[in-house]
Design a protein around this ligand. Structure first.
Ligand SMILES: [Zn+2]
Length: 85
């Protein structure tokens, strides 16, 4: 599966495909330490739960923006990822 966010061409192809249930949605992830937010457009589908949609955004932030998502369910921005309490 391609890592999001997709290129504009890929997004257009998905939106034009009536059989593809995915559509672009704005998702915001907050740092649980300082409260900074990161908002991005991600492709989600109507079948995805809010947790699954958030997971798409988190995966992008962890892999590309240096964010951390802990097993406790907390999110930390680049400045606070991996930092002790
Ligand atoms: Zn932070």
């Amino acid at each position: 599966m391609t890592t999001q966010p997709f290129s504009p061409d890929v997004v257009n192809a998905i939106v034009r495909d009536m059989d593809d249930p995915r559509y672009p949605s704005r998702i915001t992830v907050f740092c649980d330490h300082c409260g900074v937010e990161n908002t991005g457009e991600y492709m989600v589908s109507t079948e995805m739960t809010s947790t699954e949609r958030l997971a798409v955004a988190r995966q992008h932030l962890v892999q590309n923006e240096g964010w951390e998502h802990t097993t406790d369910g907390d999110d930390f921005c680049r400045a606070h990822a991996g930092a002790p309490e």
